[in-house]
Design a protein around this ligand. Structure first.
Ligand code: URA
Length: 264
């Protein structure tokens, strides 16, 4: 994307005046790190840990998901075990498994919620309207799908785009956590409340989680992953007023990449 297109997007989103390099949230609570000031190297919040049910108490499909996901040694194996997994009813109604798109070696990984109609038809994440907005958002900070890997918490489309049930989330989560562990990203972006809740095990809403880096412990990875929860593009399509916050988060992401991953 050229500079003019990026500028148009910024103007459309309300960034109509250049006062500073990053917005300052003057209403933020004193105990909350200010937007744009979270250090790129040291994530702001203490590590949080995903809380899959302990093996003994997990329902059958969740237990099986944990076992087969843990056994996958490569992304190809993980895709294959997901394709053969019959413990999630969503697999039966979906047209395609939606596994991932982009570059698994880039060091940056994005996680959305689950496929919609277009993604289900094509078999790739974020190719419908919210994906097109996401592509424009990423392009505005110089990113495209060769520079990141994108996947979803739920790899099969819920019928009629309904929300996935808690059991479906719990069953799919081990595959996502294994996916993240196999990729080993240096930066993780969680798009929307569902992915953020599942991966961080936090009950805090996305509007309060976004705007700062947190450190998330992923089973199988040696160190917590710096993680940025962001608003979901589908939400941004419905909520024009939220685009300023999304732009602030994109700036946080760009700054962190500039500081730590200059090849991106
Ligand atoms: N929304 C998501 O969260 N993921 C997709 O792949 C598409 C829309």
């Amino acid at each position: 994307m050229d500079a003019l297109t990026a500028l148009r997007l910024q103007i459309e989103w309300g960034a109509d005046e250049a006062l500073d390099e990053a917005p300052v949230d003057r209403f933020a609570h004193a105990d909350r790190p200010r937007q744009g000031h979270a250090p790129a190297r040291a994530p702001a919040a203490p590590p949080s840990r995903p809380m899959p049910p302990p093996s003994g108490s997990a329902p059958g499909p969740v237990l099986r998901a944990q076992e087969v996901a843990a056994a996958a040694r490569t992304l190809e194996e993980l895709r294959a075990v997901l394709a053969g997994f019959d413990g999630c009813p969503l697999a039966a109604t979906a047209t395609n498994l939606v596994f991932a798109d982009g570059n698994p070696n880039a060091g940056l990984m994005l996680v959305g919620e689950g496929p919609g109609a277009e993604e289900d038809r094509v078999g790739k994440p974020f190719v419908g309207p919210s994906g097109q907005l996401l592509d424009r958002m990423l392009a505005s900070i110089g990113l495209d799908r060769t520079r990141l890997l994108i996947t979803n918490l739920i790899p099969w489309r819920p019928p009629g785009n309904r929300n996935p049930t808690d059991n479906e989330v719990l069953t799919c989560l081990p595959f996502l956590l294994r996916h993240i562990a196999l990729v080993g990203p240096r930066r993780l972006v969680l798009l929307g409340g569902l992915a953020t809740r599942a991966v961080t095990a936090s009950t805090v809403g996305i509007r309060r989680m976004r705007g700062r880096w947190i450190a998330v412990t992923i089973p199988g990875l040696p160190a917590p992953v710096p993680t940025l929860p962001m608003l979901h593009p589908a939400y941004l399509l419905r909520t024009a007023g939220a685009k300023r916050e999304a732009w602030a988060d994109l700036i946080l992401l760009r700054r962190s990449l500039n500081a730590e991953m200059s090849d991106l």
